[in-house]
Ligand binder design. Structure first.
Ligand SMILES: [Zn+2]
Length: 80
């Protein structure tokens, strides 16, 4: 391993450690503060997953449909 290579490996390691530190800091200090909110139920997860899969596949129609379904579901299941 050259010196440059080992320096790069060290950087990557430091970045990883800093990332882990950042995550555990966030986890302890303010619960839920910098963390995106989790979907509230299994149906939310399913719809989200389908939408992301459609986006991945480049299926914009299906993605739009899932966004609509999500809106309906949230109104029905999670309205306060
Ligand atoms: Zn839901």
């Amino acid at each position: 391993m050259t010196e440059a290579q080992s320096a790069r490996t060290g950087d990557a390691l430091r970045a990883k450690v800093a990332d882990a530190n950042e995550r555990s800091r966030r986890g302890r200090g303010h619960p839920g503060a910098a963390v995106p909110p989790l979907p509230r139920c299994q149906t939310c997860w399913d719809i989200k997953r389908r939408r992301y899969r459609a986006l991945d596949a480049g299926d914009r129609q299906e993605a739009a449909r899932m966004a609509e379904v999500m809106g309906l579901h949230q109104r029905e299941a999670h309205s306060e």
